[in-house]
Design a protein around this ligand. Structure first.
Ligand SMILES: Nc1ncnc2c1ncn2[C@@H]1O[C@H](COP(=O)(O)OP(=O)(O)OP(=O)(O)O)[C@@H](O)[C@H]1O
Length: 263
């Protein structure tokens, strides 16, 4: 059983992070760590600051102060377009795929951010690129199977039901072999059976690929059953941090969130 306070293998170290939007303090001096190969659940009611924090991790949002260390290095100077190369992958709350492409090509897109050959080399079609392409295709095939999408490779993503589109997005995020995967409400729009499948897939990403996951989610059952550690937020502040069982009985969490009619 992982220990929530074990920081010996820290992959993410959020230090006194503050984000202001004009007069609004969206993130109010948040600090926490996430372990390598562990699942961290981030919960809180609407407006708690989860998305803002999440966006800082993928560099879509610039903190007002504080720092985020990823694998011991500050993200403060990493430009947004380099974040995948740094080893951070993400999915979006509203699935974001290339509608005119099929499943395989959508997944392949995720591999090109991590490719070594670069755009010019791709254009010239040199041998190294051909080899790299073949490797990427193999990996895409593996991940498509891993996400239970075998047989859909040639289908346009717009022809797939929503739960499968979400899986395509996950497979694409995994193509770059992220050390940390940011999942923004992956259970949104899924029914009970689909959430059960998602639970298994999230655990498999941790256990078989060794990827750390930061999970922002309103679906309490999902968060509590897959997370190794949970951080609870309210009004931009961290109100609790610990094992799911500790968070579930934390009085402030119960008062501000769990008692507010969650799933
Ligand atoms: N771009 C922005 N400009 C101004 N205020 C913002 C902006 N983004 C977020 N906020 C405010 O910051 C606070 C935190 O919002 P945030 O979206 O991070 O919360 P959240 O926990 O993700 O909520 P939800 O669960 O509804 O997605 C809210 O008061 C919100 O209105």
């Amino acid at each position: 059983m992982p220990n929530a306070s074990d920081t010996s293998m820290t992959i993410l170290d959020v230090r006194e992070l503050v984000v202001r939007f004009g007069g609004i303090l969206a993130v109010d001096s948040i600090s926490f760590t996430a372990g390598a190969g562990r699942i961290l659940g981030l919960i809180g009611p609407n407006g708690a600051g989860k998305t803002t924090l999440f966006n800082c991790l993928s560099r879509l949002c610039q903190p007002s102060s504080g720092d985020i260390l990823f694998r011991g290095r500050s993200l403060s100077t990493v430009p947004r377009h380099r974040i995948a190369r740094e080893g951070i992958g993400r999915t979006f709350q509203n699935v974001s795929l290339f509608d005119h492409l099929d499943v395989q090509d959508n997944v392949l897109v995720g591999g090109h951010v991590a490719g070594q050959a670069g755009f010019l080399a791709h254009t010239l079609r040199i041998r190294r690129v051909a080899r790299e392409e073949a490797e990427l295709r193999d990996r895409a095939r593996e991940l498509i199977a891993f996400m239970g999408l075998s047989g859909t490779e040639g289908r346009r993503v717009t022809d797939l039901p929503f739960p499968l589109r979400k899986r395509v997005e996950l497979a694409r995020a995994l193509m770059s072999r992220p050390h940390l995967l940011l999942l923004d409400e992956p259970a949104a729009g899924l029914n009970h059976e689909e959430v059960d499948v998602l639970k298994d897939q999230i655990r498999a990403i941790r256990d078989r690929l060794g990827t750390a996951i930061l999970l922002v989610e309103h679906h309490m059952n999902l968060v509590m059953s897959v997370s190794d550690k949970v951080v609870a937020m309210n009004f931009g502040r961290k109100i609790a941090e610990g094992l799911p069982s500790e968070i579930a009985r934390d009085p402030e969490v119960v008062r501000t969130y769990l008692g507010a009619g969650s799933s």
